[in-house]
Design a binder for this molecule. Structure first.
Ligand code: PLP
Length: 438
């Protein structure tokens, strides 16, 4: 980045600091990953200069012949990866993807049902501080108090009572799989659309390691930057296109016809909620989907899950309480109340020790979102770095050393010691040009 360094030293310094941080510390935030060098080259390419409102072959701007190639490649690769008939790769983020679907099929005030934020759901699943809870009448479901798991009987009971127009399944902090078939059966009973938000486990689903939502859900949304290991962005998919049942029509030369749902979603993304697509990011999505189609990505996804399972077992052995009793995916939510440590304190101390996690509400939490009783830990980034089950066990030991010392006057000293161990561990597995480009 010689040119940037010469022209803007302040931004260059910030980026250099971030490179150092990512290189020398242990990244355990469940929603983060290290994109490959190839993905980042596409992100930093000239495609950022191009306006391309519209879709391939039907743009509102000239000069789109090359961005069309990139968007078509991204679309075709995504369809192959997830086995779906329709995809829109233009949402700028996971939130935009969700907004696109909700605004496309609902009217203001319509009822929706989603997993409560404090039980592992996402802001866009009906939180009052988000568009999803402000434009729509949101009813949120939770996990069972005893098991920490979603109980489909309770979901059905609630759906029959609320009669929502749309049900959202998916989560940001839930370590079990989703029974998409059972969700669809509930949705059908009340005449609701079903949307799966697979932002977190998308890479594991693409690799066939978790239940597949595509055959069961009307809409599937995702981010592209978590387990999928692409650039920061969003995407909307449908297993099969269908005539929209909302009465949305379009004039044709021979009269009027009902729009296909793909047309309704495309129109909601642009011009509905977005303008020009981020063509450099769409090109990078294409690169990432190409990587995810390779056999090595399947091996990666298997290792992500193995590392998480080993970590959860080891934590349980050290008397940590994992919400829902374990993990079937890439993350776990640890309730620290029996350790007498808040999520906030744990996050801060682990940060000092060179381990990055995030504090997280646990179901039925008695603390505020700024304090919380838990931390969320994920294995996508450490696995990209080349870490395996033995590293996973070592990491749990390091985290336990920090948390066990949290309420003692040794806390700061332990953090300094653990930081050295973390640095050595990371030094032994350097991020090769940031990521696994072959
Ligand atoms: N959906 C889920 C389940 C998420 O976990 C997230 C992000 O963490 C999002 C949507 C939103 O993605 P973004 O941050 O790209 O808007």
């Amino acid at each position: 980045m010689e040119v940037l360094q010469k022209q803007d030293n302040e931004i260059f310094d910030a980026i250099s600091g971030e490179v150092r941080r990512q290189t020398e510390t242990l990244e355990l935030i469940a929603s983060e990953n290290f994109a490959s060098r190839a993905v980042m080259e596409a992100c930093g390419s000239v495609m950022t200069n191009k306006y391309a409102e519209g879709y391939p072959g039907k743009r509102y701007y000239g000069g789109c012949e090359y961005v069309d190639v990139a968007e078509n490649l991204a679309r075709e690769r995504a369809k192959k990866l997830f086995g779906c008939e329709y995809v829109n790769v233009q949402p700028h983020s996971g939130s935009s993807a969700n907004m696109g679907v909700l605004f496309a099929v609902l009217k203001p005030g319509d009822k929706i049902m989603g997993l409560d934020l404090s039980h592992g759901g996402h802001l866009t699943h009906g939180s009052k501080v988000n568009f999803s809870g402000q434009f729509f009448e949101a009813h949120t479901y939770g996990v069972d108090r005893a098991t920490g798991c979603i109980d489909m009987n309770k979901i059905e009971e609630m759906a029959l009572q609320v009669r929502p127009k749309l049900i959202i399944c998916g989560a940001s902090a839930y370590s079990q799989g989703f029974d998409f078939k059972a969700f669809r059966s509930v949705a059908d009973k009340v005449g609701a659309f079903l949307m799966a938000d697979i932002a977190h486990p998308a890479g594991l689903i693409a690799s066939g390691l978790l239940n597949d939502p595509i055959p069961h859900c009307h809409f599937v949304t995702t981010t592209t930057h978590k387990t999928l290991r692409g650039p920061r962005g969003g995407m909307i998919m449908m297993g099969q296109d269908f005539e929209n049942p909302l009465g949305i029509t379009v004039k044709t030369k021979s009269g009027v016809r009902t729009k296909m749902m793909s047309e309704v979603i495309d129109a909601e993304i642009m011009p509905g909620i977005q303008g020009g697509p981020l063509m450099h990011i769409i090109a990078a999505k294409g690169v990432a989907f190409g990587e995810a189609l390779r056999p090595e990505f399947h091996d990666y996804a298997v290792q992500v899950r193995k590392n998480a399972a080993v970590m959860a077992d080891k934590f349980i052995g050290l008397d940590y309480h994992i919400v829902s009793g374990g993990t079937k995916n890439h993350l776990m939510l640890i309730d620290l109340r029996n350790k007498d440590v808040t999520g906030k304190v744990a996050e801060n101390l682990l940060h000092k020790a060179g381990i990055t996690v995030n504090k997280n509400m646990v179901p039925f939490d008695d603390k505020s979102p700024f304090v919380t009783s838990g931390i969320r830990i994920g294995t996508p980034a450490m696995t990209t770095r080349g870490m395996n089950e033995s590293h996973a066990e070592t990491i749990v030991g390091l985290i336990d050393r920090v948390i066990s010392a949290a309420n003692s006057d040794r806390a700061e000293k332990v953090c300094v010691q653990v930081r050295e161990d973390v640095k050595a561990m990371c030094g032994a597995l350097p991020l090769n040009d940031f990521g696994p480009t072959p």
